[in-house]
Write a protein that binds this ligand. Structure first.
Ligand code: SAH
Ligand code: MG
Length: 193
């Protein structure tokens, strides 16, 4: 298992797959353990790295994860099989803005296209149990969100603005309590009141 994890990290590095950073994934895994989270919906599987890391915390953890990219989806299927976690992880091939997912989850983990975070949040919050959590990754976006002046390209600036807007959106959702953490690329934890 540890070999597979290393192999995935290596693959991600070589192929520029933005898997969660060590600090961020460690923090999230501790959070899952501490809060006894068992049912997770993940938006953005990539190659299955975070799903496998979460599933291996406890055999009772079940994950549904969505990935739209063909190659990453195939790779994730392969990795989940290698990890022998087909019974714990269900991967859906499709665009999370179009897929309809049934069922209730203790936690929603949003780690896909950053410009669409509000849309993902609003599409899947109905799948959360009362007192469920939404975890969002990349809220610092390599530090650019705090330091917009460093961003010179127009496209990048638009993306950074969108992430900033999502952070404001979270702060304004009075029905959720959100805490922001500095780990990895910036992680938000929102608890449904
Ligand atoms: N959670 C993964 C990393 C995900 S990277 C890990 O830490 O291991 C973000 C992924 O989201 C990319 O693979 C991208 O293809 C996918 N993605 C982006 N927008 C999406 C959408 N609308 N629906 C499904 N997947 C999406
Ligand atoms: Mg991420």
């Amino acid at each position: 298992m540890e070999d597979l994890i290393r192999e995935m990290e290596e693959y991600a590095k070589i192929n520029d797959v933005p898997i969660m950073q060590h600090e961020g994934i460690d923090f999230m895994c501790n959070f899952i353990k501490k809060n006894n989270i068992k049912n997770i919906l993940e938006i953005g599987s990539a190659i299955g790295y975070s799903a496998i890391r979460m599933a291996k915390l406890n055999p009772n953890i079940k994950i549904v994860t969505v990935e739209r990219d063909d190659i990453r989806y195939q790779k994730a299927v392969e990795n989940i099989k290698k990890a022998k976690m087909e019974n714990q992880i269900t991967i859906i091939h499709g665009d999370a803005l179009e897929t309809v997912i049934d069922g209730e989850f203790d936690m929603l983990f949003i780690d896909a296209a950053k410009a669409q975070y509000i849309k993902f949040f609003e599409r899947y919050e109905k799948n959360l149990v009362k007192n469920g959590y939404v975890i969002t990754d990349n809220l610092k976006f390599h530090g650019f969100v705090e330091h917009r002046e460093l961003v010179t390209s127009r496209n990048l600036r638009q993306l950074v603005t969108k992430i900033g807007k999502f952070v404001d959106y979270l702060k304004n959702r009075d029905d959720f309590e959100t805490k922001f953490f500095d780990f990895g690329d910036g992680v938000g934890i929102s608890r449904k009141k």
